[in-house]
Design a protein around this ligand. Structure first.
Ligand code: SAH
Length: 477
């Protein structure tokens, strides 16, 4: 079935999207002279950011968010407090004590007025970090293959809610819709629901999905890419249930707040954020037990004895556990499945929270709101949370992104695309392919060292939660 889906996947209109930021502006121009194709032009060929990208793009190293333990750049120059810093300090002051790392992370990323994600596009060469859908069109296309396979296993329902959590620029969904456009029964069944907290990114998704508004409500539109209704929500709970559902969460879990615990002579203490006498943020250990300790206890019951023995630090994400329960209950009662892809571990996470600004690792407490914060995803905790929430679901994986995309047939896809491109486009495809499925530095790279593509294939993991009636999803068989 996979082979058939791949051969029918729509042709490579955006092949050259040069989503890899290794290109300077002049090198983008060949994309506009691609051979004509029956497929509608995809958004990336008209990306506002990319068409405006300058020669600087050619010298930017694109950092994905998985590389851990990178020594951050420290900047100690005093700067006036931003609105977010003032807000965080006032919360700490009025609370009369430090706040958890999770609360800090949540404020920094999603504070409605000045959270990191709320007011801008943060992706790509001009932003802070790069994600797989932005690396290559093949990523969204392969997710499309996975989605059609699941829909077939679900008995080809006439109506499906396709929910994406944290769609960023909307690129994955654009590629999925273009790639599956020949499966008319599938695309006609879709009602797309985008769960996105950022008004700025909602706008960008609306634009990239080529939406026209239905009535005057901006929260509901029709994407002209596949004639599909698109709705926006700020939480999963807001998405109507009672309909067979497919959920995609790519690099969403890593943005959910984590609590950090540290072993001390007093036992396990939660790490908190306080303001020091120099008026700078600093980490302190909580003097007494905190409510999140309940989740620590729960998580430790899922850990192996070896894990428990070795640990000095633990990171847990109650928000991720709660979200997974909501996903599992929905899938358990409505049918369908969820695909979670993120960087993380098939084990308990020790100390992974990191901050990235302009493709560099920076100190977590420096100038909050100006850098992305993200943490490794704890896949066993997702598995156990799902199994605990519903008897009607089964959990598959995690497997590496490389295995996942490889088993879905990305090799056939790249070969097909390579048949119809020039040298520059072929280089873009090959480096994109390496970044998606390779491990470490690309061996074939002949360009400047600092632009060597780094494979994300082993550091990113894929997991599926499906309704038991659907059997085992591809490619976890
Ligand atoms: N999936 C995209 C973007 C990943 S970045 C990609 O792979 O390119 C994380 C995305 O989740 C952003 O769109 C961000 O605005 C959104 N997001 C982060 N925290 C959120 C929350 N608590 N609720 C809803 N959306 C959130």
């Amino acid at each position: 079935m996979l082979r058939r889906l791949l051969t029918q996947t729509s042709s490579p209109r955006r092949l050259l999207s040069s989503k890899t930021p290794f290109f300077s502006k002049p090198s983008l121009s060949p994309f506009s002279s691609l051979p004509s194709s029956p497929d509608p032009p995809s958004s990336a060929s008209s990306h506002v950011e990319e068409s405006g990208s300058s020669a600087a793009a050619g010298t930017t190293i694109s950092v994905d968010r998985s590389a851990l333990f990178n020594p951050p750049d420290h900047s100690h120059e005093p700067t006036p407090d931003s609105e977010l810093v003032k807000h965080l300090k006032s919360v700490i002051k009025f609370r009369g004590g430090p706040i958890s790392v999770a609360e800090y992370m949540e404020e920094v990323l999603t504070n409605p007025r000045s959270g990191y994600y709320m007011n801008r596009d943060v992706f790509g060469a001009q932003g802070d970090f790069i994600t797989s859908p932005e690396v290559s069109q093949m990523f969204g296309e392969m997710i499309g293959v996975w989605t059609v396979c699941l829909w077939e296993q679900m008995g080809k329902p006439e109506r499906v809610n396709l929910i994406e959590l944290g769609p960023g620029r909307g690129t994955l969904m654009v590629d999925l819709l273009r790639g599956t456009s020949k499966f008319r029964n599938f695309t006609e069944s879709l009602h797309i629901h985008l769960v996105e907290c950022s008004p700025a990114l909602q706008k960008l998704q609306h634009q990239n999905l080529k939406c026209t508004d239905e009535s005057s409500s901006e929260k509901k539109a029709i994407s002209s890419l596949a004639g599909t209704p698109v709705h926006w929500h700020s939480t999963l709970e807001e998405v109507p249930s009672g309909v067979p559902t497919i959920i995609i969460a790519h690099e969403f879990y890593d943005a959910l707040p984590v609590h950090q615990f540290q072993k001390s002579p007093r036992g396990w203490c939660e790490k908190m954020v306080d303001v020091g006498e120099d008026s700078q943020f600093r980490f302190v250990l909580s003097p007494q037990p905190t409510p999140a300790a309940l989740y620590l206890v729960k998580r430790s019951t899922w850990a192996t004895p070896e894990e428990r023995e070795k640990l000095e630090h633990v990171e847990i994400s109650p928000k991720s556990m709660d979200l997974t329960q909501e996903i599992a209950k929905r899938i358990g009662s409505d049918g369908g499945g969820a695909l979670i892809i993120d960087y993380g571990k098939d084990g308990i996470i020790s100390d992974s929270l990191q901050a990235i600004r302009e493709h560099k690792f920076v100190n977590i407490l420096d100038d909050p709101g100006s850098a992305d914060l993200s943490a490794y995803v704890d896949f066993p905790s997702i598995k156990h949370s799902a199994e605990e929430a519903s008897e009607n679901v089964s959990v598959h994986g995690p497997m590496t992104q490389s295995q996942f995309l490889g088993s879905l047939g990305i090799n056939f896809r790249v070969d097909a695309l390579l048949q119809n491109c020039d040298d520059e486009q072929a280089e873009s495809l090959r480096s994109g392919y390496w970044r998606l499925v390779g491990d470490g530095e690309a061996p074939f790279w002949e360009g400047p060292d600092e632009q060597t593509p780094i494979g994300m294939g082993e550091r990113y993991l894929a997991m599926a939660i499906v309704n038991r009636n659907q059997g085992t999803p591809a490619p976890f068989q």
